[in-house]
Structures are given as C-alpha cells and as structure tokens.
Design a protein around this ligand. Sequence first.
Ligand SMILES: Nc1ncnc2c1ncn2[C@@H]1O[C@H](COP(=O)(O)OP(=O)(O)OP(=O)(O)O)[C@@H](O)[C@H]1O
Length: 230
Amino acid sequence: MLNVYNMNTFYGDSHVLHNVSLTVEKGKVTVLLGRNGMGKTTTIHSIMGMVPAKTGKIVLEQTEIQDKTSFQISRLGIGLVPQGRRIFPNLTVKENLMTTYRPAENGWTLDQIYAMFPRLKERESSMGGDLSGGEQQMLSIGRALLTNPKVLLLDEPSEGLSPLMVQEVTEIIRQLKQQGLTILLVEQNLAMALELADFVYILNKGAVVFGGTPNELDIHVKNKYLLLSS
Ligand SMILES: Nc1ncnc2c1ncn2[C@@H]1O[C@H](COP(=O)(O)OP(=O)(O)OP(=O)(O)O)[C@@H](O)[C@H]1O
C-alpha cells in the first residue's frame, strides 16, 4: 500500500535518516518504534512531504509521491494525526473537523465521527483549546479520518495522556484496523504498540535496525534499542 525505499533526509547539513526502507501493508497496523530523537517523526514528515527526503522513493499504491507537496500527498490519501495533536485552539470542535473534510463515496461523514466519538458531539461548540488532552486527541484523529485517507499516520497518539485515555485511544485504533484501515503508528509506549502491531520496525540513529512481527521482537532487541538509555 505504502512503500518507502532508501529514504535519506537532512536538516541542513545534518543527515538524519539513512536509507530508511519501510513497507506498510494494506489493512495492517505497522508500528515504528525507537527511542527519543531516533528519527520517527522525521520519517513521518518525509512521507508527508513536510521535510522532503533528499533521495529515495516513496510509493503510495502505484504513485510516486516523494516530489509532491503535503497538500497533494494528503489528497492522494495519506492522513496525518500529528505529534502534539495540532488542533486549532480558536476554532470550535465542529469547525476543526470540517477544515479537512473531503467527502468520499462510502467514506467518513461528520455523523460517523460523532458516532465513534460521542464526546466530540457533546462538545461540538466548544473551542478546541478548551478540550482535555484526550478529547483533543480524538479531535485530531477525527479530523484526519474526515480527509478519508487510504493510509493513516499517527505520531505518538498516547503522548501526554492518562493510562485510561491511552486505553481508549488503543481501542479506537483497534476499531479502525478492524474496519480495514491501513495504519502506520509511531509510538514510545511499547505495550500499546505491541498490542496493536502486525509488523514492527525499529529506528536507531535514523536507520532501520529491526523489521519483524511483534513475536520476533525478542528481549535482546528490546533492551538494545528500546528499553535502555543509550
Ligand atoms: N527541525 C529540525 N532541525 C534540525 N534537527 C532536527 C529537527 N527536527 C529534528 N531534528 C533532529 O533529528 C533527529 C531525529 O528527530 P525526530 O524528531 O525525527 O526523532 P523522534 O524519533 O521522532 O524523536 P521524539 O520521540 O523525541 O519525537 C534528532 O537528532 C533531532 O534532534
């Protein structure tokens, strides 16, 4: 569905991603793990065209997207739930949702988003900035779904949420998977990630050092790249 081949990304002279290759299979949850600063967000931003890769190829279905703008990439069917949620604080919940709404045949509608997130319906006239962290995360997910994406990228959706809210967000991602949505999830929360993952990649210093199923992710790999500080 989404394939990344040998992606190299720089911030100025700083070479951050080194030949990153990933496969995100249709209808599956692919998880990208790695400690702080290892390049997870940069990978997501390069796929979205926000920090374009200097070399490499990114293919969505049959279309090469590495030279396209973020707007074009969104239109082609990649939705982003960004780190930190990035909702508009001075727009209402409903206005936040409608900013990106793009109707699609058999696609998400506002009513369906409200059915999935009843709390957003209750708060539809509240300002985005007045919502709790968990409500903002739901708003951010709802807003991305209303672009009717083929692939949904989620960048650390559990960040800053209470354990109860993390469970709720996990449940939502599980439901989206059951509905057949293709998902690339960046997470620091290992338990959450492994609960959802069909396939796992680990990034270390901007390079993919592991790709396999959650079962193949043994304690040695976890210790080396995820649990211990470097
Ligand atoms: N705008 C930027 N300019 C320069 N360097 C950056 C910029 N953004 C990130 N970096 C650097 O790129 C590297 C990868 O950062 P990135 O944010 O992609 O990591 P991450 O794995 O997503 O970490 P985190 O979990 O903290 O978000 C880090 O060394 C970081 O300092």
